[in-house]
Design a binder for this molecule. Structure first.
Ligand SMILES: [Zn+2]
Length: 337
């Protein structure tokens, strides 16, 4: 098959790769229905996170099970499935505590921007739908694999509750953090955004206020909007020093920061943190925990996170999808094999 391989900074190739094979009895192979490009794929794409050798890339997926190993019992060939970017057994104590992305047997999923994908620990990782979903729901179901699951975790980690004032950014995860906050009953949702199309989508997802300032000015504006106190819940979905500090400083004492952007060069000052008095919780989202409920919300028409995809390309034009996201011309690119 031909699949997506990152060779170096801004060097994405769609080239011949080996077909995935069942390696362990707990594996499954899926035929990709749709995949997409993640904001976190841009770190190695931009060379910020160096790679040692050509790397098959992509970790968001949904598709039809083609083949299963002899030990797999909960999914079978022909079923439509969605899974997380970390494979997990879903049975160890950490999984049972709801942190499948730190499963003691976890394995990262890579190489999903391809027509076929091997998934380890298929029983614990993959969630099947009862019937084959209609085509118009595929983008929203695909979004659950990471971007929506991560936005939902950010809202959960930030303790978003009915009546809360919430602050979120305008990246793909941030926008779905807005949607998550809305579904969880937030009263006021402040989106930090200077891009008109993103502001519009944020409003569509439930944002009540837009703040265009950033950094210290952004914090000052949030304080103005919250009676000088800061927000109850802030979702940090970027992972830079500036975005992390902006999140912490925008939170009221006793409030919560949910951080899901992979940190790059973020350092926190213990003394400041001590007196800021905020809860910090984050990490790679345990998407598997949320999949059953989020799948129901999509299938019942309650949420439409697939709106975050503003560019759809055939899989072989994946390099164009990376360029569009790198240059912020696209919020998120969906790829069709
Ligand atoms: Zn586990």
């Amino acid at each position: 098959m031909r699949g997506t391989v990152l060779h170096g900074p801004r060097d994405i190739r769609f080239e011949e790769r080996d077909d995935p094979k069942i390696l362990q009895p707990t594996d499954a192979i899926i035929a990709m229905t749709a995949t997409c490009i993640c904001g976190s794929d841009l770190w190695p794409y931009r060379g910020v996170q160096p790679i040692a050798e050509p790397m098959p890339i992509g970790h968001e997926y949904c598709g039809i099970v083609e083949e299963t190993g002899s030990a797999v019992t909960s999914v079978k060939p022909g079923q439509f499935v969605i899974g997380s970017f970390f494979a997990s057994d879903n049975t160890c104590p950490i999984c049972r505590a709801g942190y499948q992305s730190s499963c003691v047997h976890r394995e990262g999923v890579g190489g999903a921007q391809s027509p076929r994908l091997r998934l380890p620990l298929a029983d614990g990782t993959l969630v099947p739908t009862r019937d084959a979903p209609p085509a118009e729901l595929i983008p929203s179901l695909l979004a659950l694999s990471d971007v929506m699951g991560t936005g939902w975790f950010a809202a959960d980690a930030a303790n978003v509750k009915p009546g809360h004032t919430v602050v979120v950014g305008d990246g793909a995860v941030g926008l779905l953090g807005v949607l998550s906050a809305k579904v969880r009953g937030a009263e006021r949702i402040i989106a930090m955004s200077r891009h008109e199309s993103r502001q519009q989508l944020a409003r569509e997802f439930g944002a009540t206020d837009i703040v265009t300032e950033r950094g210290d000015d952004g914090v000052a504006r949030i304080k103005e909007l919250t009676g000088g106190l800061g927000a109850d819940s802030v979702l940090e979905c970027v992972g830079t020093q500036e975005s992390m500090m902006q999140a912490i400083k925008s939170t009221r004492p006793g409030g919560y920061v949910g951080y899901v952007g992979v940190p790059h060069g973020v350092e926190l000052n213990g003394q400041e943190l001590f007196f800021d008095h905020v809860h910090l919780h984050g990490g790679p989202a345990p998407v598997r925990r949320y999949l059953p409920d989020l799948i129901d919300l999509v299938l019942n028409g309650k949420i439409n996170p697939g709106k975050v995809f503003d560019l759809t390309l055939p899989l072989e034009r994946v390099a164009e999808g990376y360029r569009a996201m790198d240059e912020r011309r696209a919020i998120k690119t969906l790829l069709q094999p």
